[in-house]
Design a protein around this ligand. Sequence first.
Ligand SMILES: C[S@@+](CC[C@H](N)C(=O)[O-])C[C@H]1O[C@@H](n2cnc3c(N)ncnc32)[C@H](O)[C@@H]1O
Length: 199
Amino acid sequence: MELSQLPFSQACENNQRPILSILAPKLTNSLHLLEVGSGTGQHATFFASQFSHLTWQASDQHCNLDHINCRIKHFNLPNLPAAIALDINQTWPIHRYDAVFTANTLHIINRELVEIFFTGVARITTTNAHLLIYGPFNYQKRYTSDSNAHFDLWLKERDPQSGIRDIEWIEALANAQQFELIEDVSMPANNRLLHFIKR
Ligand SMILES: C[S@@+](CC[C@H](N)C(=O)[O-])C[C@H]1O[C@@H](n2cnc3c(N)ncnc32)[C@H](O)[C@@H]1O
């Protein structure tokens, strides 16, 4: 299939360079990164092309793998293997990773799956692993912008169990799995990039 026929996200195009500038100094020593919820696969192909020193393992639910793998095949990068099936609720890899990246997933999945996400990540990561989470978050139960408030309404109309998560809850879930919040970076379009390290 032609690249132009594959699912495409303009948001991914817009946010990949700002995300790159934050990830680059953090991932200099990482070798095996797992991406959870790769979506269109645009982040995977872009970041793998920028981080030639590490293997970028894309993943998503089984139903999304065909188009992600079409994109991956098209780019044909030595450090970007085919995406694997990873359903947060069911299947986690048996490999160990020293970095995990996920973008725009924690407000899509339900609260129970958010909890399972952190236990799953803890199981498949090494000590000192980086956990990098990109997306919108609330602070002290407040939206950080009107656009995030509207986005949350839109999310909940589609799926009442989805929604922008509270940073305090996310940090508590991470801490319970020995991940410490090292940095919380403000990103364009009222998003954040949370950087945790496993102790
Ligand atoms: C809003 S999209 C974000 C995609 C991409 N990371 C991005 O930033 O454009 C949410 C992603 O989460 C994935 N997802 C939803 N439920 C999931 C689950 N139970 N396990 C794994 N991935 C899931 C979807 O398939 C989708 O790729």
